[in-house]
Write a protein that binds this ligand. Structure first.
Ligand SMILES: [Cu+2]
Length: 483
């Protein structure tokens, strides 16, 4: 039991207006009489799992299941999750994409002390805005071992109508040992020679970061190919799919045979519908897509981990009242439409005006050659300067990827706007995770409107742990939870 945290919450719940807590209370939201509190109990533990077929292995789970339970609430609800740690290691939960209050962000050493074995911690925050999110441990390599799950906030105002909805959590697994630190077989870094070394050259803290494991179990909602539950649809229905990439190190390309897909939301944010053949989704990204079931038959929604080659995931899409036959695989060739960030624009224009940024941070991304160290602006976290900002500033991050690998860069606590010179600023799409390809540049901007210390990192777990991270720090922000 984390007593300090417990007392903190009780103090707030009891509406005892301690002078130091008063400013926090005014923004935390749970004093609202109309808000409904949605309670969840999560126990993190090591569990034997099996992904529909294949071997049993040990994963780290919430409530004994992979992925963890779906949290589904209404916009404006208060989410209260009591995390009990039955693991042998300290842990946290991060609420990926939700611009919540800093002390609830779940990054050990930055927003809270990690929750020790046997302890309990209560997360509480307002479910806002609506959209598709995920939650996951932010401690070490625990995400890769299974500590993640989907989080859906349903909108309070009506959006595009649909008849059926599915949530698909994409996962990369090592079936032999569960991945993470336990994994024996690993991919060498770009330019490396041997695949079986456990660690790269000593670099950074402790004995050096781990290389990515060799994944052999790609899964949807905890099921591998052959055991994946098909999506049963009815002719004429509008189908909504929430795609959530909870992988540690796999970018997927998805295509549905016999149909095009329409992207309606990017990282939870509604966008002007973009019709596409292929959806590319990086680690930490979410896309809501829709399609009309207007082509009766048996089809596959296939996911590839590169533009061509073997489908890693095959999700049957089956029409009711159609004779069951082998589902048809989507053709995958170079003439397909693949939506890119340049096509995305906000569905509802914002009041964003653009103009000169108050701060610009160059964020060149590099690393990976003959080494497992990755960095931003030549610095390797935790030996990285913080990005200091002041509340109210408009902050620009200027990414450029000088490495050979794609990097899905993720900012905590804020949505950023992807700068697009062909659109007025009020139409720039908001995201929280953005893939930078080899030699690609993107500028993003965010409003410094959520004081705190916010982690900013590559969402390839192995790049993050190897140093591709830094922290956005608000001047004069003092964490009321001193630790
Ligand atoms: Cu990366």
């Amino acid at each position: 039991m984390n007593l300090r945290r417990r007392q903190f919450l009780q103090t707030i719940a009891g509406a005892a207006l301690g002078t130091t807590l008063a400013p926090l209370m005014s923004t935390i939201g749970f004093a609202k009489p109309s808000a409904r509190i949605k309670e969840f109990q999560f126990t993190a533990s090591a569990t034997q799992v099996q992904l529909g077929e294949g071997p049993d292995f040990e994963a780290w789970t919430y409530n004994g299941q992979v992925p963890g339970p779906e949290i589904r609430v209404q916009e404006g609800d208060i989410i209260r999750v009591t995390l009990k740690n039955d693991l042998a290691d300290a842990t946290t939960i991060h609420w990926h994409g939700i611009p919540l209050q800093n002390p609830m962000d779940g990054v050990p050493g930055i927003t809270q002390p990690a929750v020790k074995p046997g302890e309990t911690f209560v997360y509480e925050f307002e479910a806002r805005p609506a959209g598709s999110f995920l939650y996951h441990s932010h401690a070490g390599y625990q995400l890769d071992q299974g500590l993640y799950g989907p989080l859906v906030i349903e909108p309070s105002r009506a959006e595009q109508a649909y008849d059926q909805e599915f949530t698909l959590v994409l996962e990369d697994w090592v079936l032999r040992d569960g991945g993470g630190t336990a994994s024996v077989q690993r991919r060498p870094p770009m330019g490396g020679m041997h695949g079986r070394m456990h660690r790269g050259p000593a670099f950074g803290p402790a004995d050096g970061p781990l290389w990515e494991p060799v994944y052999d179990g790609y899964a949807i909602n905890g099921r591998v190919n052959g055991a994946i539950d098909g999506l049963l649809v009815r002719k004429g229905d509008r189908i909504k799919i929430r795609l959530i990439n909870a992988c540690s190190a796999t970018v997927f390309f998805l295509r549905l045979a016999g149909h095009s897909l329409t992207i309606t939301h990017a990282d939870g944010n509604p966008i002007r519908p973009v019709e596409t053949d292929v959806v590319r989704i990086g680690m930490g990204e979410r896309y809501d897509v829709m399609f009309t079931a207007d082509n009766p038959g048996n089809w596959l929604l296939a996911a590839y981990d590169s533009g061509l080659g073997e489908g890693r995931l095959q999700i049957p899409v089956l029409y009711r009242d159609v004779r069951r036959e082998e589902p048809q695989t989507p053709a995958f060739h170079r003439n397909l439409r693949m939506a890119d960030y340049g096509e995305f624009q906000a569905l509802h224009p914002t009041d964003y005006r653009g103009g000169e940024a108050d701060r610009i941070f160059n964020q060149p991304l590099s690393g990976g050659m003959h080494s497992s160290a990755w960095g931003i602006n030549g610095q390797v976290y935790p030996y990285a300067d913080p990005l200091m900002v002041k509340k109210g500033e408009r902050v620009r991050l200027r990414y450029s990827n000088h490495s050979m690998m794609p990097h899905p860069m993720h900012l905590h606590g804020h949505f950023f706007r992807v700068i697009n010179r062909s659109l007025p600023p009020e139409q720039w799409v908001q995201k929280d995770t953005l893939i930078l390809d080899h030699m690609q540049r993107f500028d993003v901007e965010f409003m410094a409107d959520n004081p705190g210390r916010w982690f900013h990192h590559c969402h390839n777990l192995y790049h993050m742990e190897a140093g591709m991270a830094n922290v956005v720090v608000y001047e004069n922000f003092s964490n009321s939870m001193t630790f």
